[in-house]
Design a protein around this ligand. Structure first.
Ligand code: GDP
Ligand code: MG
Length: 737
């Protein structure tokens, strides 16, 4: 079996970047905690050695307080990797080494990657890595994960550790007389009884008892209740003593000593700061303004608005090209294919359906590009930082912010990774409240619906409308979160600490990769899932077809019309395709013919499976202003929100028979008597809040651990959305729109 190398370190130290650089894969790299929640694996070869590299979730510590910490710790203990490459942010050495010490106390074969030395350089920090290595007793290799610099040296150091083999040597740090004495006493008991010692180092078990580590305490209790009691008694005694003498807790004293130990190492000329030590770093200077209590929120709103303005202004032309392209394709098929089911499938099912989704690719790309800039520069982390204050009020947590943003809080995310990102939340109740509300964000699939409606009905105010829609989604999500936190998931708030990563100049390559990854996901989905659902919906809208006797009625009308025409007109109509110029009489006759055909097509659509569902719901949906065609689209949206535009496209293109009238969907909606800006607004509200798509629901069920939460979110959201949309529509009508 290939030797296993685990990559571990603080969030944002560059683990995933290094992982990608070593394994050549393209895992998402992020500037904020919570992106890497699961561990990822990949192969790496160096000099004939084969490794299996595992990217562990980022943690600041190895206590069992959060899911990442448990995942990382359990992995290290159970899998016993041959080498643990501890990625350390050189520009934040002191904080990063805190985790390093804990690996060493666990007896892990550690090798330090002193990453981001370029950043450290920029900040005037110099680190003597050889001295650091000598003092800590582990190899230290300077690296720049972004460019891959130092990765060979790192691999060489790893091979050396592997060849030396695992020696059991756990780092011992002194925690002061009180704790050291207790640790010794406990170690004796543990060793004598071989209590958990086949899995964990002796002194480490004792430490965990002092630190009140829930996981170890419960494992210990189950393993041997008697020993567990003895250890707990000692731990309690020390805790009491520390409380009375220092007015503190063992955990705090232990942490102080770890930091003390690190400081003592760094003080021995390991680290030196160039220039004026107290100089404010550029990042800090920028942050003085950007996260300022008053200026910060204003800047945030301005940035957001700027993003929409940028997106809509610059994507207008390419979106029009795409619409033109699909219109042209439809026209070609229309002109050159024989009438029949296949033609209808290709035009209504495939081109209008998938084309409706793909038409928004340029818009999505611009949006993703803008977001990538915000993310890669480090601004998004500031947004999370600022919003923490707001989130607290609504019973959520600072860590919820990233889940919201990932889900499309700024626009164009996806609730699926958003729901998964809630794993960074430690409190279960805050986590449930977060994962139930992230689907309210404007994901990449809802975006085309909004873009379509906004472009059709609010053409002059696109950026402003998008801005408003975003704020409405946040307001809705926060209010619902508050509601949940005072009803079904009541409970206290937990504290939040977040380090702001320094600003970085985004690289063009990074931006391009980010933009392309997300855009490609969107395109891929359009070509697979959406194509499938779109065809299914087309079938539901086509079958069973009009019964013969009703078809006869339309045929009869047609015959009656044709036989009543003078010969000259009939002749003109037959030749019209080539000649094109018609007399007034012929034109009138032709439009009558079209009207009959439209009526027939509409009757067929109403008679179809989907049509019956749509018309069946109309009694209810008309409260919110939705006609039966819209209902069909909304039902499709339960499967995937992209389908809404696709299905509207299909529903409004079926029954359209005049080839010269083939226009973009937005145009059709504007001209339809059933539609108005008010209906559009009501639909926007409904789409914003109604049931999460199918994949999100599955994800919610998995993450919340019960199908009930999935069912809850579908039912609750849909009812809420309907009430809101109805309110918008009815109030709008009352005040005269
Ligand atoms: P993780 O949370 O540990 O997985 O960290 P990531 O791999 O997601 O990296 C966080 C950020 O640091 C990304 O924006 C990377 O591009 C950046 N980064 C990683 N390594 C380096 C480096 O050596 N130098 C610089 N300047 N940036 C880096
Ligand atoms: Mg990562």
């Amino acid at each position: 079996m290939d030797a296993m190398i685990a990559l571990a370190g603080n969030p944002n130290a560059g683990k995933t970047t290094l992982f990608n650089n070593l394994t050549g894969s393209r895992q998402h790299v992020g500037n904020y905690p919570g992106v890497t929640v699961e561990k990822k694996e990949g192969p790496y070869q160096y000099n004939g050695h084969k490794f299996n590299i595992v990217d562990l979730p980022g943690t600041y510590s190895l206590t069992a307080y959060s899911l990442e910490e448990v995942v990382a710790r359990d992995f290290l203990i159970q899998e016993q990797p041959g080498v643990v490459i501890n990625i350390v942010d050189a520009s934040n050495l002191e904080r990063n080494l805190y985790l390093t010490l804990q690996f060493m106390e666990l007896g892990m074969p550690v090798c330090i990657a002193l990453n981001m030395i370029d950043m450290a350089d920029n900040r005037g920090i110099t680190i003597d890595h050889e001295k650091l290595s000598a003092l800590l007793g582990v190899p230290v290799v300077p690296t720049i994960a972004r460019s891959g610099k130092g990765k060979e040296e790192l691999a060489r150091a790893a091979v050396e550790i592997l060849e030396k083999g695992r020696e059991k040597s756990e780092k011992r740090i002194s925690y002061g007389v009180d704790i050291d004495t207790a640790l010794d006493e406990m170690s004796e008991i543990i060793d004598a009884a071989q209590f958990l010692t086949h899995t964990y180092p002796t002194r480490w078990i004792a430490l965990k008892y002092l630190e009140n580590d829930e996981q170890i305490l419960s494992i210990g209790k189950a393993a041997d209740a008697n020993i567990d009691e003895q250890l707990t008694a000692i731990a309690d005694k020390v805790a009491d003593h520390i409380k009375s003498t220092l007015n503190s807790y063992p955990e705090a004293v232990i942490a102080d000593h770890r930091y003390g130990y690190i400081k003592s190492i760094l003080k021995r000329d390991v680290i030196s700061y160039g220039g004026d030590r107290n100089r404010l770093f550029i990042s800090d200077k920028i942050d003085k303004v950007v996260v300022n209590r008053f200026a910060g929120p204003l800047i945030m709103l301005a940035v957001l608005f700027g993003l929409y303005h940028f997106t809509f202004t610059y994507s207008e032309l390419p979106v029009a090209w795409m619409e033109g392209l699909f219109g042209w394709m439809g026209g070609m098929v229309e002109a050159h294919m024989p009438e029949g089911l296949l033609k209808s499938l290709i035009i209504s099912g495939v081109i209008d359906g998938v084309g409706g989704v793909l038409g928004f690719v340029p818009l999505i790309m611009f949006m993703f590009f803008g977001i990538a800039i915000l993310e890669d520069s480090g601004y998004l982390a500031r947004v999370a930082f600022m919003l923490d204050r707001v989130f607290r009020v609504f019973g959520l947590h600072g860590s919820s912010v990233m889940a919201f943003i990932v889900s499309g809080g700024i626009a164009g995310g996806c609730a699926v990774p958003g729901v998964m990102a809630t794993r960074t939340l430690k409190s279960r109740k805050e986590r449930i409240a977060t994962l139930l509300t992230v689907p309210f964000m404007n994901c990449g699939a809802k975006l085309p619906v909004f873009a379509l409606l906004v472009a059709a009905f609010f053409a002059q105010r696109e950026a402003l409308m998008m801005f408003g829609i975003t704020l409405a989604a946040w307001a809705g999500a926060l209010l619902v979160a508050k509601f949940l936190r005072i009803t079904v998931v009541k409970g206290a708030a937990t504290p939040f600490v977040m380090e702001l990563p320094p600003y970085r100049m985004p690289t063009f390559k990074g931006l391009a990769i980010h933009t392309w990854e997300r855009t490609w996901q969107y395109i891929k989905k359009a070509g697979t899932v959406i194509l499938g659902i779109s065809i299914l919906l087309w079938a539901m809208m086509t079958y069973p077809g009009l019964p013969e006797e009703r078809r006869q009625v339309f045929e009869g009308e047609r015959q009656a019309l044709l036989s009543g025409l003078p010969d000259s007109v009939t002749q003109q109509l037959q030749e019209s395709e080539s000649a094109g110029i018609l007399s007034n009489d012929a034109q009138e006759a032709q439009s009558k013919l079209y009207r009959i055909e439209s009526a027939e097509a509409e009757a067929a659509l109403r008679h179809s499976i989907a049509g019956r569902i749509g018309t069946g719901l109309e009694a209810l949906s008309s409260w919110a202003g939705f006609d039966w065609r819209t209902n069909i689209a909304l039902v499709g949206g339960f499967a995937a929100k992209e389908v809404i535009v696709a299905t509207l496209g299909t529903a409004y293109s079926m029954g359209e028979v005049d080839p010269e009238e083939s226009q973009p969907l937005s145009q059709k909606l504007v001209e339809s008597p059933k539609w108005s800006p008010l209906v559009a607004l009501s639909l926007i509200v409904f789409v914003m809040f109604y049931a999460p798509c199918f994949v999100s629901v599955v994800c919610i069920v998995r993450e919340a651990g019960s199908w009930k939460w999935g069912a809850f979110s579908m039912a609750f959201n849909t009812v809420l959305a309907f009430l809101l949309a109805t309110a918008v529509y009815q109030i709008g009508k009352l005040i005269g729109y």
